[in-house]
Design a binder for this molecule. Structure first.
Ligand code: ATP
Ligand code: MG
Length: 269
């Protein structure tokens, strides 16, 4: 819907329930705090942490929140969005995050460059970690290779901690034989589920406040409808909530009802 008049109608100062919220606007739910704890723990121990969750459950947002909590003078975080490409593709992404642009090189050369850079960074007393979002897309052989990146000849230290985030099949992909060396280093897991009804109420208020609206526009029954319709998943809830606001504004209703949520749901499908 191109019509922006609903924003005027409800005095929304910005697009509500938007994809690109600022880090300071991220709602720190208990599960988000738990994700942060586990990631920090894995990084301290030089190990691997897994973050899984359904589509739109807040995985990428959680990673963004955690990364923002690390001071750049103390931590180098290699952040990558995985593709289903080859290991060379992944290595190119890692190198580019490390500020090294390489068009073509052999796997061996790239491995060496990455390791050298990691040693260089850690020798400056900085901590380093790699976060791979959408890791459920990675090919199986990539997991086997990834492990070799974390191996350094000079005995155990330094290790490259790795945070893998993705849909639940990520866990299955780590069960394969070639993934086992990497899987054996997993020391922390978080699974993001849909939020409960009370948290959904908080969530809707939270996003309204981001858009500058202090008044709770959603009736209780509308909150319940959004909660049920979304399964407590953030992205689906965003779509339903925004659609319901638009429907309410269209009918010049000062609050958003369950019926507006239903109208919104039929438009989405
Ligand atoms: N903690 C939060 N506080 C406020 N908004 C959030 C939070 N978590 C998620 N959202 C909202 O939900 C949307 C979807 O979240 P996000 O993209 O992080 O999910 P995801 O699990 O990474 O999804 P996908 O499976 O598609 O990668 C975000 O764009 C944001 O608007
Ligand atoms: Mg994501």
């Amino acid at each position: 819907m191109m019509d922006k008049s609903y924003r005027q109608f409800f005095a929304l100062q910005s697009e509500p329930f938007s994809i690109d919220i600022k880090r300071k606007d991220i709602m720190v739910t208990p599960s988000l705090a738990a994700v942060q704890d586990r990631i920090q723990y894995a990084i301290r121990l030089g190990a691997v942490a897994l973050i899984t969750g359904e589509i739109g459950s807040g995985k990428s947002t959680a990673l963004r929140y955690v990364i923002g909590g690390f001071h750049p003078s103390e931590y180098k975080i290699i952040y990558i969005t995985a593709t289903s490409g080859s290991i060379l593709e992944l290595y190119r992404q890692i190198l580019s995050e490390l500020g090294i642009d390489i068009k073509s090189a052999s796997k061996a050369v790239m491995t060496q460059l990455i390791k050298r850079e990691i040693l260089e960074i850690t020798s400056k007393k900085m901590k380093i970690a790699m976060m791979i979002d959408e890791a459920s897309l990675l090919r199986l052989e990539v997991f086997a290779e990834l492990h070799t990146l974390t191996q350094f000849e000079q005995d155990s230290k330094p290790f490259l901690p790795i945070i893998l985030s993705g849909q639940i099949n990520l866990v299955d992909n780590l069960q394969y034989r070639n993934s086992l060396p990497l899987a054996s280093r997993v020391i922390a897991k978080s699974h993001l589920k849909g939020i409960d009804l009370k948290t959904m109420d908080d969530y809707l208020r939270h996003h309204l406040a981001i858009a500058g609206v202090k008044r709770m526009l959603f009736e209780d029954a509308a909150v319940t409808a959004i909660h049920q319709g979304s399964g407590g998943l953030f992205r689906k809830a965003n779509h339903l909530a925004r659609g319901a606001i638009i429907a309410a504004a269209k009918s010049e209703s000062t609050s958003v009802t369950a019926e507006h949520v239903r109208l919104s749901a039929t438009e989405i499908l």
